[in-house]
Ligand binder design. Structure first.
Ligand code: HEC
Length: 202
């Protein structure tokens, strides 16, 4: 009886330990995003984009086209090139998303023509992926992800119950099934480079 008892408590301890370590590893799988470093880097990246006239008042424009795939905008504009940020040369893809998918009165009203006439009026967000230095995120080809508002401010979103600026390794860990994760969704792009458009070759 005594032996059985201690067996039981031993088992409970083991179960508790297993349970605890599962929680711990799930916690540690989540890579923090929107950190001070991420925000600072996103600003540095934005400044480089303005300097190279990818964004900003003197930006070089590219032809808008109809995209319409969720979750990005309805009318889209792409820029891609090499860009130097803090001495590192990396490939950048910038996607301007015009119109809000699903917003009442927008779908079907924002057209390539209307965007061409007044881009500022319809610009909703600027989604960016930039290939950082080796070691930044080896498992995901070192892409840095950010979602900017038209003026260069970051979008925010509640992540893990916390209002978070959208910049960094978005998102790794717990919320993989959350379809707002850039990495999760873009990992299904053909060629394994996280880029959907076949004409864009990092
Ligand atoms: C639910 C899936 C999904 C999520 C989440 C997603 N994307 Fe995309 N993304 C796409 C698809 C599909 C395309 C190509 C079609 C289009 O442009 O809409 C694309 C295209 C892009 C492009 C143009 C380069 C390319 O891959 O061809 C950029 C840049 C981009 N996304 C950035 C982001 C960023 C930054 C985030 C996170 C804030 C994000 N995406 C989240 C599906 C997704």
């Amino acid at each position: 009886m005594k032996i059985e008892n201690s067996n039981w408590s031993h088992r409970i301890v083991v179960l508790l330990l297993v349970g605890f370590s599962t929680v711990v590893s799930a916690e540690s799988m989540f890579v923090p995003v929107g950190t001070a470093e991420d925000i600072q880097y996103s600003q540095q990246l934005w400044d480089a984009m303005v300097q190279e006239r990818i964004e900003g008042e003197d930006r070089r424009v590219n032809p808008p086209f109809f995209g319409g795939a969720k979750p990005h905008g309805e009318i889209l504009e792409l820029s891609y090139q090499n860009l130097v940020v803090g001495g590192h040369t990396g490939f950048i893809v910038v996607k301007r998303n015009y119109g809000t998918v699903g917003a009442p009165g927008v779908r079907g009203h924002v057209t390539v023509e209307s965007v061409s006439v007044d881009r500022n009026k319809y610009l909703n967000s600027i989604t960016v992926m930039y290939q950082r230095e080796d070691g930044y995120d080896e498992a995901n080809q070192n892409w840095f992800w950010a979602k900017y508002q038209p003026g260069g401010e970051l979008f925010t979103k509640a992540i893990e119950g916390k209002k978070t600026q959208l910049a960094g390794r978005l998102l790794k860990g717990k919320q993989q099934q959350d379809n707002s994760g850039c990495i999760y969704c873009h990992s299904s792009a053909g060629g394994g480079d996280y880029v959907f458009y076949p004409q864009i070759i990092p």
